[in-house]
Write a new protein. Sequence first.
Length: 105
Amino acid sequence: MSLRDAISVVDPQTSRLRLRVQPGARRPGLELDPSRGLKLRVAAPAVEGAANAAVIEALAKELLRLPRSAVRLHSGDRSRDKVVEIDLPVDDLVERLTLLLNPTA
C-alpha cells in the first residue's frame, strides 16, 4: 500500500487520511508499512479517548504543524483503524507526509 492509497479527497481544501494506530507505544512515530499502510504510534493508552486525543495532537501539532482544529477524527473512535479529516489539500498532505516518512528525499 502506498501513501497515496491512504489519502482521499473530501473537497479541494480537505483530505481524509486512513491510518492504523498503535496506542501505548514506547516510541511514538509515523511509518509506512507497504503491506499494511500508514501506522501512527502514540504513547497514550486506549482508555477513555486518550489515544484518539493523542492521534489528533500528534498529527496536528507534531507532524503536520497545523492548528488542532484543522484535524478531526472522522471514523474509528473505538478502533485501531481510523480515518482522520485534515484541512489540507491532498497534494500538500502527500508532500508533508512524504517529507516526514523520507526526511532525506
